[in-house]
Design a protein around this ligand. Structure first.
Ligand code: GRF
Length: 217
């Protein structure tokens, strides 16, 4: 049996990280032994670092505070990753924009979860923006990371309803529950050698995924 190494990048609470640890760490997926080999945070007080320690996974701080430029920060991050040699990098609430040089180095090996139905609402405050627009549906997207923010090929989306009385927090909670499901599923496809990025498209089991990612019949 061969093995697959995952590194998860976080900035905060790490509830997605928790779901990934619960569902993937030390599991056998498609004849691969999967390990989350490290969790890296740019913030010292990210609760996700605590979650990693509790699971006996190395918790690494690569602090962004005091680092002068994006290039410098990304060089520090790349140096850590060079040691770890991950097969897959998962951005899970990692609240930093990465330079295109960094992204290009790991393109096809890096996934992100974004709390909207991309291409709607890249960037921040997605839940309030969906409410303000009067949307009836909102959700989350797992996508490959490419240099342009929140815009790489979509792998999988989950939709939730928006109710008239929803606050942004209500909606965030509803979306987050779905994030935990779809992120672990998409990551399991990747480490199980079923999901790939080629050119500007994502492929699952050799079949090109459409604009909104995998859609069950
Ligand atoms: C999630 O909504 C994720 O989509 C967004 O930031 C939030 C992180 O939550 N990028 P958590 O740290 O995983 O709890």
């Amino acid at each position: 049996m061969s093995s697959k190494k995952i590194v998860v990048l976080i900035s905060g609470s790490g509830s997605n990280l928790q779901a990934l640890m619960d569902k993937l760490h030390k599991q056998q997926i498609n004849n691969q032994h999967v390990e989350i080999v490290a969790v890296i945070s740019n913030k010292a007080d990210a609760y996700g670092l605590e979650r990693a320690r509790e699971a006996n996974i190395p918790a690494i701080l690569v602090a962004s505070k005091g680092v002068a430029s994006r290039d410098q920060y990304d060089a520090l991050l790349a140096a850590e990753l060079e040691q770890l040699q991950p097969d897959l990098i998962l951005l899970a609430g990692f609240m930093r924009i990465l330079t295109s040089g960094f992204v290009n180095q790991y393109q096809g090996k890096m996934l992100n979860i974004h709390p909207s139905l991309l291409p709607k609402y890249p960037g921040v405050n997605t839940h309030q923006r969906a409410i303000d627009a009067g949307d009836e549906a909102h959700g989350a997207t797992v996508h490959f990371v490419t240099p342009e923010l929140d815009s790489g090929p979509t792998v999988l989306q989950a939709k939730v309803p928006v109710f008239a009385e929803d606050t942004a927090q209500d909606l965030a909670d509803r979306v987050l529950t779905q994030e935990h499901q779809i992120y672990a599923l998409a990551a399991s496809w990747f480490v199980g050698d079923r999901l790939k990025m080629q050119g500007q498209f994502a492929y699952l089991d050799g079949k090109q995924l459409e604009q909104f990612g995998y859609a069950a019949d």
